[in-house]
Design a protein around this ligand. Structure first.
Ligand code: PXP
Length: 249
């Protein structure tokens, strides 16, 4: 039986961990910009980078080079702090995704507390919007966060799939998927775009592809990890095929 084709879900390839490999030795390779070229050639729709406050992987120069060389649309993930908002307004990527940031975390743990930081998030959204940047908010699939994101009128919400990805058994995975689906449905009903990401790989993405109204997935670690064995082009192309077919590759 042929797998159903899922039209039009964008794939944002997060290249942070190409830069991680470089930064652990402070070499000038591997070059995340070169990785972005390969990712776009292999079927990515956009390039996602997280310019963390601690600069542990992506550096300003990487973001500037990506934008200067126009390799593909850039989705800049960033914390809601004044220097980053200012920097984003200067850099002017196509998209910004506002995320929470804690210095000691291994990766972005949990979504942005939009409801608890409404004033600061609203101010950042307004400035980024004025700079011509399309903003999304990275939130947990929780009613209060979705309602607040809707109230702020941002064009898109990225649902944090980390709890789904980390669920240890079938029933908790199912429960997390249900929470994601309910949140996605509310976002769609409000006329906003649904994005999703975090912890997705070749064995757990197929179920997420079926979320109501899903328009974009941002995937990094799983693709870069597979690229160690297959090369980056193949790793991105396999994820592209998996998303397009709504199946497993
Ligand atoms: N989306 C957002 C908002 C993120 O912060 C991250 C991690 O930087 C990702 C997607 C990608 O997560 P992963 O590397 O686990 O695929």
């Amino acid at each position: 039986m042929m797998a159903a084709v899922m039209p039009g879900i964008r794939l944002g390839v997060n290249i942070d961990h190409i830069a991680t490999l470089r930064q652990v030795r402070l070499t000038d390779y591997p070059d995340p910009v070169a990785a972005a070229v390969v990712a776009m050639q292999a079927g990515a729709d956009l390039i996602t980078v997280h310019l963390r406050e601690d600069r542990r992987h992506i550096q300003e120069a990487d973001v500037a080079a990506l934008l200067r060389q126009r390799i593909g649309p850039v989705n800049l993930e960033m914390a809601v702090v004044e220097p980053m908002v200012e920097q984003a307004c200067q850099l002017r990527p196509e998209y910004c995704c506002l995320v929470p940031e804690r210095r000691a975390e291994l990766t972005t743990e949990g979504g942005l507390d939009v409801a608890g930081n409404r004033t600061a998030v609203a101010a950042a959204c307004k400035r980024l919007h004025s700079a011509g940047i399309r903003v999304s908010l990275f939130i947990d699939p929780e009613r209060a966060q979705v309602q607040c994101a809707v109230a702020l009128g941002v064009p898109a919400v990225e649902l944090h799939t980390g709890r789904y990805a980390e669920a240890g058994d079938t029933s908790s995975r199912r429960a997390e998927l249900d929470r994601l689906a309910a949140a996605a449905a509310s976002v769609v009903q409000a006329g906003m775009a649904v994005h999703a990401g975090h912890g997705l790989h070749y064995h757990n993405t197929a179920a997420v592809v079926g979320l109501p109204g899903l328009q974009e997935l941002n995937i990094g670690h799983g693709i870069v990890a597979r690229a160690v064995f297959t090369g980056l082009h193949r790793a991105v192309a396999d994820m592209r095929a998996l998303i397009d077919q709504g199946g497993t590759a």
